[in-house]
Design a protein. Structure first.
Length: 56
């Protein structure tokens, strides 16, 4: 029988999406490892065609 090491999660992730009402959705993401403190993050913006186009 194998022994398995039980570990707790060590990477926290947070994310947010907003801006659909303006026609440009922003996705924000960040994460950090609680063991080694390695962080990562990004933000991406995406225009929704037909929403709040100039020239209404």
């Amino acid at each position: 029988m194998k022994n398995f090491l039980v570990t707790s999660e060590t990477f926290r992730e947070d994310y947010e999406f907003h801006g659909a009402e303006t026609g440009e959705v922003t996705a924000s993401y960040c994460g950090t490892c609680s063991r080694c403190a390695l962080p990562t993050s990004f933000e991406h913006k995406h225009q929704i065609e037909g929403v709040n186009d100039k020239g209404d």
